[in-house]
Design a binder for this molecule. Structure first.
Ligand code: PLP
Length: 438
């Protein structure tokens, strides 16, 4: 494979952009430095073209979950082009944001009011600010990943590794004011006693309980009812982070499927099918506390985000996209397991179907991941141990992909048995966690 231009661009990025990219998950070292193309010239449907003209079917991260319909979706793009041609921003506000608010409240009858931002971490920071403004309290009990902002990284101030189980191991909260120590306290999904312990100690200063509805597991029976109860008894705002889970299995939040009753829910990522957009929806009296604080930004008023979100949500509902994503993801998960068994490889498979992942059960899993990525690229697939389903994926794409996966798995099994994994690798082992790039 010719990657000359891709690798030259990566070298330039190392010199100009700290960390190379704006998102950890799109750094080439998270896949395999030396073989991962990292840059694209064009993306359409499920296909991506790199700088050297190599063409791939993308069975990897689908814009890390942003491109839920597929790349350059004709319907969303047509709506956005129309918005651009009629002025994507002006001195007046765009009416699309009211239409979108109405649609959100129709999809989520428990919610009355909506605010907007343009990305997930920002949306979560707004939700947390509203909760703190509403309650007059400081502490946030959280589970899972919720963005890069101070309120969240504060969890690692003065603690051994509070974010280790929720984000990545060994993250130094450099740049986060030390005065925020003790304001963000983690608990694990389905471990209600950990949340109970936080509340027993800090219940009188608890502003919010922040969680994803699901990531890898379904909730245990009664888990979210108890979370709701604990929010009520402590007076905390219950915030559901739908940034990743939203729109994957249904049109709206995954919390609707699990009958979770939040006070606020936050959407982003897939909401604009790749165009920046975030929505914070919630119960009226709590959302009104946004007015006690100052939450305001010029670029939250542009027109492309709400236009893209409206077009994405409408198409999502009309085409029952959630059902399709579940079907594609199920094929992928079952296919991985079958391919591994046929090849004699040990893997563990997990995730909700639309956001599937697997891991190699081996002493060098990051080496095997890197070799897998390389072998899949050579067969024309962008692939990793994560597979986000897109509406543009068809069963035919998955079947082609699984044929390639089986071939790759067989070669990996052969490399393991001959003990020559490193010799076959053309790139670096895949990175885990956060590290500096030299
Ligand atoms: C659950 C969750 N919350 C928040 C975020 C942060 O969103 P963004 O990357 O758009 O800032 C993410 C991103 O992956 C996420 O998965």
């Amino acid at each position: 494979m010719n990657l000359k231009k891709s690798l030259a661009m990566q070298q330039r990025a190392k010199e100009r952009i700290p960390g190379m990219t704006q998102l950890l998950s799109k750094r080439p070292d998270m896949f395999s430095s030396g073989v991962w193309p990292a840059y694209y010239t064009k993306a359409k449907g499920v296909e991506v073209w790199d700088l050297d003209g190599n063409q791939y079917i993308d069975m990897s991260i689908a814009g890390i979950g942003a491109n839920i319909l597929g790349y350059a979706d004709d319907d969303v793009d047509a709506a956005v082009v129309n918005a651009i041609q009629n002025g994507s921003s002006s001195s007046l506000n765009c009416p699309e944001e009211i239409e979108l608010a109405d649609l959100f409240c129709e999809l989520h009858p428990w919610a009355d009011k909506v605010r907007y931002a343009r990305c997930g971490g920002e949306g979560m920071a707004i939700a947390v600010r509203i909760a703190r403004a509403h309650t007059g309290k400081d502490i946030i009990a959280f589970c899972g990943y919720h963005g890069w902002q101070d309120w969240y990284l504060a969890a690692n101030l003065g603690t051994e590794n509070a974010l280790g189980e929720h984000l990545i191991l060994g993250l130094d909260p450099a740049g986060v004011p030390k005065g925020l120590a003790g304001t963000a306290l983690p608990f694990r999904y389905n471990q209600i006693e950990e949340l109970e312990a936080i509340i027993a100690k800090h219940g009188n200063n608890l502003a919010a309980i922040v969680m994803e509805p699901t990531r890898n597991h379904d909730p245990l029976p009664g888990f979210f009812d108890r979370v709701r109860e604990l929010a009520d008894t402590s007076g905390a705002v219950f915030i559901i982070d739908e940034v990743s889970a939203g729109l994957r299995m249904n049109t709206g939040g995954a919390h609707l499927l699990y009958n979770i009753k939040p006070d606020i829910a936050v959407f982003s990522k897939s909401l604009g099918n790749g165009f920046p957009m975030a929505a914070i929806i919630g119960r009226g009296e709590i959302m009104d506390s946004a007015q006690k604080s100052f939450i305001s930004s010029t670029m939250w008023t542009e027109r492309v985000g709400p236009t893209a979100a409206l077009a994405t949500l409408k198409k999502h509902r009309e085409k029952n996209v959630g059902e399709h994503l579940i079907k594609i993801g199920k094929m992928v998960q079952e296919g991985w397991s079958a391919c591994a068994e046929n090849a004699g490889l040990q893997i563990s498979v997990g995730g909700i179907y639309p956001c599937s992942h697997f891991g190699f059960t081996h002493e060098k899993p990051q080496h095997l991941k890197s070799l897998f990525i390389q072998l899949m690229l050579e067969q024309g697939f962008l692939a990793s141990n994560l597979c986000y389903a897109m509406y543009a994926h068809t069963s035919e794409h998955v079947n082609q992909y699984l044929t390639a996966v089986e071939k790759a798995f067989r070669e990996i099994a052969d490399a393991i048995s001959k003990n020559d994994i490193e010799k076959r690798m053309k790139g670096a082992p895949s990175s885990t966690g956060f590290k500096r790039i030299a």
